[in-house]
Design a protein around this ligand. Sequence first.
Ligand code: ADP
Ligand code: MG
Length: 221
Amino acid sequence: MIELARVWVQYHKPHWALSDINLTINKGEFCYITGPSGSGKTTLLRTLNREVIPTHGQVFVAGRNVGQLPDPKVHLLRRVMGIVFQDFRLLPHKRVFDNVAIALRVQGIPPRDLKRRVFIALRMVSMHHRIWDFPSELSYGEQQRVAVARAVVNNPAILLADEPTGNLDPELASELMGLFQEINRQGTTVVLCTHDRDLIRRFGGRIVLLHEGKLQPRGRT
Ligand code: ADP
Ligand code: MG
């Protein structure tokens, strides 16, 4: 499903944000990318959706060579993956409904089908009753749940999340993790960046550990 082959990323010389990363994530896996702040977790995630193109090496996602995908075809890649960003990136002037509907609108889904799918995604995160609110009317945790609904409304094969529990209290973090596990049980491959080892211990899954841009052998969390 996901493969990184000898991936190196450099933003500024001489520092390498990622050094020689070789990693395969299989279909259906629940995989944590962990490591201290600055170790390259976000950079690794960004190579998967082509926000970052590796300086060297190749990234494959769902059979596509991400670095070689021409700009007009990037939407094909984004169609197989949903992303929950660390800072949500909800559009402040659009209602919850429109925020979640975006991914479907660009695909030209008919309005009635679109409404039904947006409602189902929001119900899954228990936010269907807030469908006509604006993000500013929601609490932090509620905004995060809307961001998850937006990421999964497309039934993506892959769900990426960057520190999704970073600013949630433990109870909300547990709730959100339960939601990711449920999404994973339904067949979606989940890749979740977090520096929170307690979270990983509590919920379990495969651990990929980074340190200063390098992959570490397992067991050294
Ligand atoms: P993490 O998510 O584990 O905290 P990042 O992937 O954000 O790590 O960062 C890895 C390294 O790359 C850090 O040294 C960081 O300063 C650097 N870096 C990340 N993003 C950029 C950027 N857009 N421009 C320059 N340097 C960056
Ligand atoms: Mg990060």
